[in-house]
Every structure is written in C-alpha cells, then in structure tokens.
Design a binder for this molecule. Structure first.
Ligand code: FAD
Length: 386
C-alpha cells in the first residue's frame, strides 16, 4: 500500500489549490450572498482540463482517473461548496452517463464538448413524485415516427440554467406485469418545448445553479436513447454510485476547511488570558475534526482505487458518502461552536459552511439511503461467500 501521491497528482493538487485560492475563494462569499453561478470560472476550469479528468482522451478528456478528479473536487470544495457541487454534478452525473453508456457517436457528439470543458451537462432523475424512490418517475417519452416525445417536469436540477444537455429518466412503456420501463434519454436543452426556471431560494450552496425543467412535447430522435431502453433506471443508479464518491470528496473539502478555519481562530481568539486552544474542550473538537476528515478522505481514496482498478465499489462509495457528508456537517457545527458569536456573524464565513454542509447528507441519496445501500451490499457479499 502506498499512501504517497505520485508527482503528477501532487502537481495537479497544487494547481487545483492555487486556482481555488486565487479565483474561487475571493468571490465565494459574494457568490453565495447574491446566489450567483460563476459561469466564467467553469470556462477556466474547462481550459485547465478539470472537467475532463476521468474521461477518455479520444473524447476530449485527460484520462487522469477518479483519484485525480476527486483530489481536484476536494480542493474546489475547500473554497466554495456551491462551485464544487456544480463541478461534480457536471462531471459525475452530467457527463458520466454518456461516458459510461454512450455509443461512440454519442460520445463524439455529446461527451466531447463536456470533457473539453466547453459545455456543462445536467442529470434529471428527480421529480415531485420521485426523490429517494427513483421509480416514482412520471415523465413520459413516447415513441412517435422515429422520435421520443417527452413530457413532464424535473425538479431541483443542478446546472439546469447553464447546461447544454440533460440525461433524463422517462417512462417509455410498461412491462406485461404493469411495471414501468424507465429509460435514459439525452436531451439537448435548446430543443423546442424545453423551459427552464429558477423558482428556488436555497439555504446553502447558493452559488450552485438549481432549476426546474419542464418538457412539453419535446422531440428528440430515438438515437438519443442512452444504453438499453429497459435498463435506463439501472444505468442511472449506477451513475449515482460513482457520483457518491464525488459528493464524499467535496464533503472532505468542506470538513478540511472547517478544521483549517477553526485552527486559525482558536489561536487568534483570546479569552481568560490566552488563545482559546488552551482549553481542552477546544482541543478535543480540533482533534475529532482532524481525525474524521482524515478517515473520510481515506474512504474516498479507497473508493477511487476500487473504481480506477475496475473493481466493485458500490458499498465503499456509499460508505464514503455517508461518513464524509456527516463528518462535514459535524465539522461545520464544531467550527461554529469554536468561533462562538463571531461564527454566528456572516463575515466569519463559518455559517456558510454550516448551511452548505446539509445538502451533502441529502443530495445523490440521503444518509438513510446510503445505509440501505450498504446493508444490501453486505447481505449480497455474505450470500456470495456462503
Ligand atoms: C440543491 C439540490 C440539488 C439537486 N440536484 C439534483 C440533480 O442535479 N438531479 C437530480 O435528479 N436530483 C437532484 N436533487 C435531488 C436529490 O437527489 C434528492 O433531494 C434526494 O435524492 C432525496 O430525495 P428527496 O429530497 O425527494 O427526499 P425524500 O425521498 O422525500 O426523503 C425524505 C426523507 O425520507 C427518508 N426516506 C425516504 N425513503 C426512505 C427509505 N426507503 N428508507 C428510509 N428513509 C427514507 C429520506 O432519507 C429523507 O430523510 C437535488 C436536490 C437538491 C436539494
């Protein structure tokens, strides 16, 4: 086992940290307060190759692998979780479905501009009736004269207003048993009948764009079907397995930021004649923050290793997401406590961490769903042994 990063990965981490510190950090609070999505920063990230890290070179990616991508995601999250959430949504759930299930024609046409960072993509599973229960999807895609005609509404879609395309889950038919056939279909968002709105006033990740997308008789050619018609939902759930590693990675970024800020504040703030870090209760909080951040990072790295070596990673990805997201929330809360009243005031930037952290325990499967996934995998592994 080798815990050292390669020279190349260390260099990439340094580059991502520099970018995050110089370009994202100085504007992070303002973007949050004004709920502005920084499209220009994504253009720069694209130029640096950050949007193509896990994708094949032959389709515009840089083929650096999952660990490299997650390392960059963590660095971006330290500066702004809002920017990081949009970043990982664009890569892990926006572009990845096409990388994983697209034909070579689809990859050339749809993946290349995403991997090269010229365009952003979105992922459309959630509807009013479909949250944790993905089978609750009601969007329909009816086959008419060589096209799918799509109707329905997707809610809470990350990057909706800035994406060039979305992969949606839609009902394309019913099995003899009456069960829905849910397929994944690529829809360019400039297609007639698509309308995007932004009706949400979010508690956190306010610099990440979140929209509602309505499809009214939207026609796309049947060639836009991704993978197999009957396997659409399974494919999208597989995409989410990978996505969970990225939510875990940005959780580690937030957890680290909470620790770094707390270390600084605990030295600068003096009470009872010295810095507050003289108190054991503050030291214990710092120790727990550091330990949980490190443990979360190792879970992320293990899941990356499994994915990059083509091994099963479902349980490990869910465990990384579960632990890292909850550690991030705990760290944000501890940071607030260490900051005291100063942390309750906006300029300290700690309240943003607390507000932002909550989405990590909800998006791409809540903590409860991660526990279900982990338990199911445990039972499967147990069955395979006997
Ligand atoms: C900012 C933001 C961005 C998002 N971006 C996207 C996106 O880009 N694309 C997309 O498709 N979706 C997106 N989502 C949706 C997100 O993935 C869902 O919110 C998430 O999957 C949970 O679904 P839900 O919110 O409907 O919660 P619900 O399913 O209504 O769950 C409510 C509560 O019930 C619990 N619960 C539900 N079922 C079970 C069960 N079987 N066992 C135990 N507990 C259960 C949950 O854990 C939770 O505590 C986004 C959401 C937000 C808030």
């Amino acid at each position: 086992m080798d815990f050292e990063f390669s020279k190349e990965l260390t260099e990439l981490q340094r580059e991502a940290r520099k970018f995050a510190n110089e370009k994202i950090r100085p504007v992070a609070d303002k973007l949050d307060q004004k709920a502005v999505f920084p499209r220009d920063l994504f253009t720069e990230m694209g130029q640096k190759g950050f949007l193509g890290l896990p994708f094949e070179k032959k389709y515009g990616g840089t083929e650096k692998g999952t660990l490299a991508y997650m390392t960059v995601a963590e660095e971006i999250a330290r500066a702004s979780l809002g920017v990081a959430l949009s970043y990982v949504a664009a890569v892990s759930i926006g572009a990845s479905p096409i990388a994983m299930y697209g034909t070579s024609e689809q990859k050339e046409k749809f993946l290349r501009p995403l991997a090269e960072g010229r365009e952003l993509a979105a992922f459309g599973l959630t509807e009013k009736t479909a949250g944790s229960d993905a089978k609750g999807v009601e969007m329909t895609a009816e086959k008419v004269n060589g096209d799918y005609v799509i109707n329905g509404t997707k809610q809470w879609i990350t990057n909706a207003n800035y994406a060039s395309l979305i992969t949606v889950a839609a009902i394309t038919g019913y099995k003899p048993s009456g069960e829905k056939i849910i397929s994944s279909i690529i829809v360019p968002l400039d297609t007639r009948g698509v309308s995007v709105s932004s009706p949400y006033d979010k508690v956190g990740v306010r610099s990440s764009d979140t929209g509602e997308i309505t499809f009214k008789d939207v026609r796309v050619p049947v060639e836009n079907l991704l993978g197999e018609e009957e396997a659409g939902l399974k494919q999208l759930l597989n995409v989410l397995n990978g996505g969970r590693i990225s939510i875990a990675a940005i959780s580690v970024g937030l957890a680290q930021e909470a620790l770094d800020k707390s270390l600084t504040h605990s030295l600068e703030r003096e009470q009872f004649g010295g810095p507050i870090r003289q108190f054991e209760s503050v030291q214990f909080k710092l120790a727990d923050m550091a330990t949980e951040t490190e443990a979360a990072r190792l879970l992320v790295q293990k899941a990356c290793y499994l994915k990059d070596t083509g091994k099963t990673f479902i349980r490990e990805a869910a465990a990384a997401k579960l632990f890292a997201s909850e550690a991030a929330s705990r760290n944000a809360n501890r940071a607030m406590q260490i900051y005291g009243g100063t942390g309750f005031m906006r300029p300290a930037g700690v309240e943003r961490l607390l507000r932002d952290s909550k989405i990590l325990e909800i998006g791409e499967g809540t903590s409860e769903i991660q526990r279900l996934v982990i338990a199911r995998q445990l039972f499967k592994e147990e069955g395979a042994k006997s």
